[in-house]
Ligand binder design. Sequence first.
Ligand code: MG
Length: 379
Amino acid sequence: MTNSICILGSTGSIGTQALDVARKHGIRVTALAAGRREKDLERQAREFLPKTVYIDKERYSSLKTLLADTSIRVVSGEEALSALAYEDESDTVVNALTGILGLRPTLAAIDSGKDVALANKETLVAGGDIVMKRASEQNVRILPVDSEHSAIFQCLQGGVKPTKILLTGSGGPFFGKDRAFLEHVTAADALKHPNWSMGPKITVDSSTLMNKGLELIEAVHLFDVSPDQIEVVIQRESVIHSMVQFADNAVLAQMGVPDMRLCIQYALTYPERMESPSAELDLFEIGKLTFYRPDTETFPLLQLAKDTIAKGGNLPSAMNGANEVAVGRFLRDEIGYTELFDVVIAATEQAHFVKEPTLEDIFEADKQAREYVRAYRAK
Ligand code: MG
């Protein structure tokens, strides 16, 4: 297991749960990074005594004042985040940032030879080819934190390559609804997830099934399978967190109550298993499990993601950038729910295709797709 961690995104949902795991198992925390919540970060810093903390520029002086009586170094600025991931002395960087902002720090952590416990799915969606290649060159591990990828990773500990991955999802709050219903969905509706408690961006992505699409792309990179080897299965109860199938058609599933702490803990204690705060699974209480095919006609972003990774290159980056901006605009009530679908599809379709993109090409595709969605005028 890991002895020490640095957490990027420490005040968010994954970050605070990673700190719960660190507290429980005595894992040393060497650095913490957060965006805006300087009071939460101060509290975390006083408890875990990291060497360095990072905060966004607007909150830098405020945090510096709050921690003036300590010897904790306070840093800021986008380059400081990557520098922190590189220079930090921990064994493992927990990347729980939201969005493409997480890509450079992931690469910095890899370049410095640290393992990465990855919860930032955009890192792999946009830059998966580069990230996985760099990780294998540096001989570092990318340990999945996302519940589905953790499940797949756990099922693959036998070391045999799967023929198929059955990627499960709850179906989200609008399971079974039609397009006419979705026209009227508001941000408040989309922020109510039936089974998981998560940040706003991922909760909206879960409702559109884009989250499953991003996870499908993540799985292609993490487990080196082709997109058509991945089948999305709606598993309404969120008890099976994903499954793998082998050449003999044996299927292995990982099950448990929906609790991210188990996934985070496994990434940090791997390959060991330890006592966790996650509750025991009561199958008699659950009674039955139900399975459905995803409705990709009503929820077209899942199909878009599958088509986009099949083409590859810089297109997943364009799609991801478009989606980040579109979700933001939907949450600010600037575009409707189905317009979110339409604009992400249009932005991905108009992207200029580069088959073997450099890191710069990836950021350029992201930037252009964002501009496209920002310029989009709602009807
Ligand atoms: Mg997930």
